[in-house]
Design a protein around this ligand. Structure first.
Ligand SMILES: Cc1cc2nc3c(=O)[nH]c(=O)nc-3n(C[C@H](O)[C@H](O)[C@H](O)COP(=O)(O)OP(=O)(O)OC[C@H]3O[C@@H](n4cnc5c(N)ncnc54)[C@H](O)[C@@H]3O)c2cc1C
Length: 425
């Protein structure tokens, strides 16, 4: 792999917007930064951060704005990374890919397949920027597959001193902090991920009753590369997440289950577009995006506790929140060792629920939070949650180790906003 050296030039002229409103995908977070810049290359990003340091402005980065939490909001300088994208190198022998920080996940597919490589796993959409996804621990499903963050092997960033630095694989503390950093170490310019040899996937969609879903619990988790399901409490549930369902089949108390298993390249696969039984290159099996907005919370419990946790959540919906119609999505993620990774040293089951935009869903989400706290639940950093500093300290054994790296990289806190300062100052 040829990695070009870093050339720092003097600050080029950069176009700044002033007081341009910013809104996230879900429409529940807005901000009016004093300055917004959309760099076209690393030099412009570096110049923008140094400008902010000189002027005493706080700085936040925006990926594709798919987080529901106030991670991006700032009144200072907003750096929109969507203009600095592209795969910068691949190394098939080491199964590595480097990409500019703003590269969307969907841009990896065809490009790295051509070099015999593929992302090991993907989530429910591929619209996020790679660094936005890394920064919050974004994941797909599969008990043998880690989050995207767990695949981070190298990063080049500009820190709070205005210095461009690299974090390499032998810098364990820094790399483990960088894996899930919420934009608080600095602005990432380029990242390197470990990926897989190119592979095909076979999809199998089924619609079991809840009793059937529960009866094959461990078997399904352990015997599928990707296993996940969405449990529907009401007839209205499936359409809210645009789930295709069989004609004349009630989905009440049934699951829409997804199983994706690898088909080896030497088995000469043929593509199938049959709904529920597709066979294709890995990245074409994963969904692209959602058209309908929703506001989501996703909590993570240890795999061992997961069936009782899901049944307790179903009971909460039936007894106290029957007006809430979005399905419960259930997925699995392999443990890793990122300091702020929700999967830190525990194989995890994820449970997610959503509220309808414009409705009063917070009492429901608060009850879900209280319920899953009893299961030692951690939370998706990019989805609605109620974690406080003291709860984080109890949930993350290496919380202080993360803070030490954050303070080293950004001693004056220029990369903090109100949300992250309360949690991570
Ligand atoms: C419809 C939908 C589906 C989703 N599906 C999944 C899923 O399947 N699995 C899952 O785990 N999550 C999922 N999410 C959540 C989503 O993946 C995360 O919120 C992710 O962080 C969004 O990426 P983004 O590019 O939009 O980043 P943003 O939301 O724009 O930013 C996220 C964080 O990254 C930081 N950041 C961005 N770029 C940089 C940079 N260059 N340097 C430093 N920091 C940076 C930001 O400052 C912020 O802290 C979904 C969200 C939506 C709306």
């Amino acid at each position: 792999m040829t990695i070009p050296p870093t050339h720092l030039t003097s600050a080029p002229g950069i176009a700044y917007d002033t007081y341009r409103p910013w809104t996230n995908w879900g429409g529940n977070q807005t901000a009016t930064p004093a300055f917004t810049v959309r760099p076209r290359n690393d030099e412009e990003t570096i110049a923008a951060v140094r400008f902010a340091i000189r002027e005493g402005l706080a700085v936040r980065a925006a990926g594709s704005g798919h987080s529901f939490t106030p991670l991006v909001a700032t009144g200072g300088l907003l750096i929109d990374l969507s203009g600095n994208t592209g795969i910068t190198g691949t190394d098939k022998a080491r199964r590595r890919v480097r990409a500019k920080a703003g590269t969307p996940i969907h841009a990896f597919g065809d490009r790295i397949w051509a070099d015999g490589l593929a992302l090991k796993n993907q989530g429910d959409i591929d619209k996020q920027s790679i660094t936005g996804a890394l920064s919050t621990g974004t994941h797909g499903s599969g008990i043998g597959l880690g989050s995207l963050s767990s695949e981070l092997r190298w990063v080049r960033l500009i820190n709070g001193h205005g210095d461009v630095v690299e974090i390499c694989e032998d810098q364990f503390d820094r790399l483990r902090a960088a894996q899930v950093a919420l934009g608080t170490l600095g602005i990432f310019l380029e990242v390197e991920l470990e990926v897989a040899e190119a592979y095909w996937l076979q999809e199998t969609i089924t619609y079991p009753t809840w009793d059937e879903t529960a009866s094959t619990w461990d078997h399904d988790i352990d015997n599928n590369r990707h296993y996940s399901f969405l449990w529907c409490q009401a007839e209205e549930s499936a359409p809210l997440y645009e789930l295709p369902t069989p004609d004349s089949q009630s989905m009440v108390n049934r699951s829409y289950t997804k199983r994706y298993n690898a088909v080896h390249l030497n088995e000469a696969p043929t593509t199938s577009h049959t709904e529920g039984a597709r066979r294709d290159r890995s990245y074409r099996i994963y969904p692209g995006g959602f058209m309908l907005p929703f506001h989501e919370l996703e909590y993570y419990v240890p795999r061992e506790n997961s069936l009782p946790a899901v049944e307790a959540l179903q009971n909460l919906i039936r007894t106290r929140h029957s007006d809430q119609k979005y399905p419960i999505e259930v997925r699995w993620v392999q443990q890793d060792d990122g300091y702020l990774s929700p999967f830190y040293k525990r194989d995890t089951t994820s449970l997610s629920v959503s509220g309808a935009p414009g409705t009063h869903y917070f009492p429901y989400l608060r009850d879900v939070d209280a319920l899953l706290s009893d299961f030692n639940g951690r939370a998706h950093w990019g989805k609605l949650h109620f974690l406080t500093r003291s709860r984080l300290e109890a949930l993350y054994p290496e919380f202080d180790a993360f803070l030490a790296v954050r303070r080293e990289f950004d001693p004056h806190g220029i990369f903090l906003n109100d949300h992250t300062r309360a949690l991570l100052a």
